[in-house]
Design a protein around this ligand. Structure first.
Ligand code: TYC
Length: 104
């Protein structure tokens, strides 16, 4: 019989990382074009991205001047839905507005 402690630790392995993974986030990006009216882009930003008129105008002008801009950052499912809503609204009005999403 021996009182020696085992040389290696025994028991159940546990992860140090907590189980709750934070989801990857996705930027929803608006693209400039020459035909979509500024007012329509502002309305899209207010209705689909829940911005007030001041923020919507700022984001629209940023896209207008620099070619591209982030409308919001969401989980994949929400980002995908926002893109589909923008493209559907643009199509209904026959505007060429483009919207994409990409990982943050
Ligand atoms: N460039 C457009 C215009 O002059 C306005 C515009 C802004 C279009 C943002 C698209 O994502 C866009 N009417």
């Amino acid at each position: 019989m021996s009182n020696e402690k085992p040389k290696r630790e025994e028991g159940v392995a546990t992860k140090e990382r907590p189980k709750t993974k934070k989801p990857r986030m996705f930027k929803v990006i608006l693209h400039n074009d020459d035909y979509t009216p500024m007012e329509f882009v502002i309305a899209v930003l207010m209705q689909i991205f829940r911005m007030d008129e001041t923020d919507a105008t700022q984001v629209m002008l940023h896209v207008h001047r620099s070619g591209i801009g982030v409308a919001g950052v969401y989980s994949f499912e929400v980002a995908e839905t926002k893109v589909a809503q923008v493209l559907s609204a643009a199509k209904n009005h026959e505007y060429p507005l483009q919207c994409t999403c990409e990982p943050e």
